[in-house]
Structures are given as C-alpha cells and as structure tokens.
Ligand binder design. Structure first.
Ligand SMILES: Cc1ncc(COP(=O)(O)O)c(C=O)c1O
Length: 405
C-alpha cells in the first residue's frame, strides 16, 4: 500500500509524507506543554448557544446559506471596527478576507504568491505551521534570528543585501511581532518603525501574523506594522482562534481590497464558514469579546507567572528562558551540553512533553532550546510538569558532564 502511494504523491505529497504530526490528545498521566491550546474552561460555549438562539429568533437562515469569502458582510464590518479600535488598522470591510482559521488564509497566500524556488524570510525561530506551508509550496525559507526585542531590521536588511548580490529577492518576510510563537518576545516600538520603513524603502512585502496581539498582560499595545507602513507593504493576518474559539475556524487576512478580491477568486473553497461567522459576529457586536479578552488576559497571565515561578524554583543553573508579556509560550534555553531532542524520550517517560527547538528552525538549529506552552494546562499541572522537566534536565546535565566511557 505505502509503496504504491510513494509513487503517487506529488512533490507536496512527498514532503508531507516525510513528516509526522503528534496527537493533540496527551496520553493519560502525561503533562503536555506541546500545543498552544486554549484554556478549555473559559471557552464561551453558553454564549455561542445564545448567538445561535439569536439567529433562530431572527429567522437568519442566510447564516446557513452560501456566502462568498469576501463580500463586506456583517463579520467583516465588526472586524473592521475591532481592527480600528484595538490595532490602529483602518480598513473597509472589503479589505478583509475571512478564512477558515488564519492557517487557511496563510495557506492561500502561499498558493497565490509562491512558486517553487522562491525565497521567504521568516523569524528564526518561527511557528512551524507557517514555515512548513512555505516549504510545502516549494519555497526556500531563510531565517532571520530574533533577540529579546524581536526581529532585528538591520539583520533583515543584511539578508536582503546578500540576496540582492545573488540577483534574488524574497517574496515576503513572515514575522510574528507580538508575543511571538515560539519565543514569546515582542517586537520593540523602535524596530516596528524601522521594519515598516525598510519594507517601504525596499518594496518588501511583510506578512504580519498577529495571532496573539489581544492577549497582552500589561502595558499599552504597540502599533502594528500594517499601520506603520506608508505604502501598503504589509498584509495583516489575524485570528479569532485565540480569543473566541479555535473550533469556529475563523481567521482573517487584511490588505488592499483588489488583492483580497483576487485571493478570494484563487481560493479552492471560495465560500466562508457562514454559520460560525454569524455566531462570531453576534459575539463581537454584543461587546462580549471585549469583556472576554479582559478575562483571558488574567487567565493566561496567571498561568504564565506560575510557569515562570516554577522554572525559577526548579530548573538547574545554566537554564534560561524568556519572560513573555502576553500570548501562550515560553522559550527555554537548556544548560550547555543538554540536547532537547535527545532528552525528549526521557521527558516523555517521566510524564512531561514539549517541542524541541529544532521544530522551529529550517536549518537544524535549536537543539539547546524547547518551547513550553502554558495556555492549555492547569496551574497544578504547570507545577508538576516543570518539576518533572527539571528532574529530567538534571539527569541529562549529569550525563553530559560525566566523562565519556
Ligand atoms: C503564530 C500563529 N499564527 C496562526 C495560528 C493559526 O491560527 P488558526 O487557528 O486561526 O489557524 C497559530 C496557531 O497556533 C499561531 O501560533
């Protein structure tokens, strides 16, 4: 069977066949820091039922009919209002393309702009959901390293210059400026200005993935790259997965109206999730999303603080980690000589799971790092899981320090 299929796969199919996806359901007893899952008890199940009732009472059968992905309808209007209020993005409803989660919007973007052999620049490390899509589209992904202030525009410029000398130009730069996945860091204000300026000067398209922008623990929001670019060189990617519910599968791309219309024509499924869009629209219009976001910020801040405290208490000397001001993730650097890939089987054996840093790079780097997600686990699981991780790390450290036999 498998042999037959190995003949059938396309280039894309072969790439997918060579990968693997771990189950989203952790085995019994396992404390999983793997996925950026939501805090399940706070998912707005009752409010979605209220929204459904509202649609039924108002005879909104159109919410179960076909609708084009982009037609400036109600959800586009309420998203346009939210973007103006929360992200300083002033656009018309026609500039918003509602997709089946941000993932489908980004995937469509790949279909529409990438050809095999193209170059894409990306944060290094970056969310593998996106970089895998770029690779599946046949693109070469060049990583630009991050530090505590996010991606460095000077380094982006250096890569652009380097490519220009080879007669090449990237199709776009993919970056997650706010509470980055996997590092949790935030692009500084100064760098936001510099990056938007660079995009305008060099005619560089930036894909700004701001999936976590609403989940800020403290301080004022920073301006989006989209709002800072004077020449429309930024496409903004947003999602309702982190703030309402991932199961609604609603994300949105924001850009020039004609570009969004072309994207909609190029989509395999040119229609939207009409019903979940109507539920989400009710949730936004009723003001419930704003209130819910305030609640979520509290929940995730508490979990993040709990994990930071546990790391401080438990981890051996030589371990360091990022201190996010929002989002779902902490990025850990293991002590010298400890390898996150090699340590994973022992960690799973001990009942704790994580993603090794290598998954977030395109060049095999990241063996000394791992991503911890605190969003979907309980406070008690955080304490216990970090204690288990620390024990395994100490054992790996002892082994690394032991003389070779
Ligand atoms: C940075 C980033 N962008 C996009 C997504 C995907 O969101 P969606 O569920 O809307 O496809 C995720 C989900 O993990 C993410 O971390």
């Amino acid at each position: 069977m498998t042999d037959t299929w190995s003949q059938r796969w396309s280039r894309r199919g072969k790439l997918a066949a060579s990968g693997s996806a771990p189950s989203r359901v952790a085995p019994p007893g396992m404390i999983s820091f793997v996925y950026g899952d939501p805090d399940v008890p706070s998912l707005p199940l009752e409010e979605m039922a209220q929204a459904a009732e509202y649609l039924a009472e108002n005879n909104r059968r159109d919410a179960l009919a076909y609708q084009n992905a982009i037609q400036g309808d109600e959800l586009n209007e309420s998203l346009a209002q939210k973007l103006a209020r929360d992200q300083g993005i002033h656009v018309s409803p026609e500039q918003i393309f509602v997709s089946h989660g941000a993932s489908a919007g980004l995937s469509l973007l790949c279909d529409m702009v990438l050809d095999p052999g193209d170059v894409v620049l990306a944060d290094a490390p970056a969310w593998m959901g996106a970089t895998n899509m770029f690779r599946l589209a046949g693109a070469e992904v060049i990583g630009v390293p991050l530090d505590d202030d996010g991606i460095d525009p000077a380094r982006v410029e250096a890569v652009l210059d380097d490519l220009a000398r080879q007669g090449r130009k990237p199709k776009f730069l993919y970056t997650i400026p706010t509470f980055q996945n996997p590092e949790g860091v935030e692009l500084s204000l100064e760098r936001r200005h510099a990056l938007a300026k660079l995009a305008d000067e060099r005619d560089l398209l930036i894909v700004e993935d701001d999936a976590y922008v609403d989940l800020r623990f403290s301080g004022e929001p920073k301006p989006t790259l989209f709002s800072l670019s004077q020449r429309g060189n930024v496409l903004f990617s947003g999602t309702l997965s982190k703030t309402i519910a991932a199961g609604l599968r609603l994300g949105y791309l924001v850009g020039p109206a004609d570009v969004m219309a072309t994207m909609a024509r190029g989509a395999v499924d040119t229609l939207r999730n009409t019903y979940t869009a109507a539920l989400a629209d009710w949730y936004l219009r009723s003001g419930k999303l704003e209130a819910h976001i305030i609640e979520l910020r509290q929940i995730y801040r508490e979990k993040c603080e709990r994990m930071l405290a546990a790391l401080e208490r438990e981890m051996p000397e030589g371990t360091s980690w990022t201190r996010p001001n929002g989002g779902f993730f902490i990025w850990l650097t293991l002590p010298e000589g400890v390898d996150a890939v090699d340590m994973l089987p022992a960690a799973r054996e001990a009942g704790v799971d994580y993603i090794p840093g290598t998954a977030f790079y395109s060049d095999g780097s990241g063996r000394g790092n791992l991503r911890l997600s605190y969003s979907g686990v309980t406070l008690e699981q955080i304490d216990e899981g970090i204690a288990r991780l620390a024990k395994v790390t100490r054992a790996a450290l002892a082994k690394a320090g032991a003389p070779a036999d």
